[in-house]
Ligand binder design. Sequence first.
Ligand code: ATP
Ligand code: MG
Length: 264
Amino acid sequence: MSVILEVSDLQKTFGAVVAAKDINVSVSEHETIGIIGANGAGKTTFVNMVTGYLKPTSGRIQFLGQDIIHLPPRDITCLGISRSFQVPQVFMSETVFENLLMAYAIVEDTGLAMLSPIMSEERASRVDAHLKRYQIEDYRDAVASTLPQGVRKLLDIAMAAVRSPRILMLDEPTSGISVEEKFPLMDIIMEALKQEDTTVLFIEHDMEIVERYVARVLAFYQGEIVCDAPTEEALVDEKVREFVIGEEYHRTRIERAGTETGNA
Ligand SMILES: Nc1ncnc2c1ncn2[C@@H]1O[C@H](COP(=O)(O)OP(=O)(O)OP(=O)(O)O)[C@@H](O)[C@H]1O
Ligand SMILES: [Mg+2]
């Protein structure tokens, strides 16, 4: 697998707060990566820097061999790194179809056309295919403000994933989603991204989601990556247990594993 994103010696300070320190990460194509860490650990700051929403204090970010630190968010999106935010960024008074149309226009059109998206048959059929990929075609003509929370979240992520980005970074895709809905929602998202060959990094507080959907974990603590390892290894790592997931979750995992193998 070839490296598509290389982050070197990244730092970010806000006055006396060190939000990112000595961040070194290499991401290869087709990886699935979970970004974990307690509140304030620096997870969103990391995503904001990679996607151009925050300028690092120092360091380097290369995407497909190109330096991207000086680029604004839209240029980074156009190059192939997209993201979603913790709070869905949909246009509440527009329909699901119109929202997606707008998402395509923002990436593909220039000038005023971005605000009044060009509607061609070809673009409409791409929007419809995308609706199907994210299994929200039944809501095509529903206004976003009327959508159930899970569907709005799917729409938001579908909007971030228009034009098959090479990398998609999601900030807490399951936040605000019920326990019953979280696995079906993640199944849809991960399958859609797999179909489009998208490398995915997502921030997540729910370790059940991390365990099930990612192969590699980056654990943040006070702005630093304290563990970068395959998921199985990361979830038993001492620092991860101490600073991120807590001993209680660790014990529950061991009990669960015992039950599954009939040893408990
Ligand atoms: N724009 C900003 N101005 C000042 N301080 C900031 C800013 N953004 C983040 N910080 C600080 O940087 C640190 C890291 O914040 P960040 O939002 O990256 O944490 P996080 O890991 O995403 O937390 P959460 O799980 O709560 O979303 C925190 O101490 C936060 O208060
Ligand atoms: Mg955050």
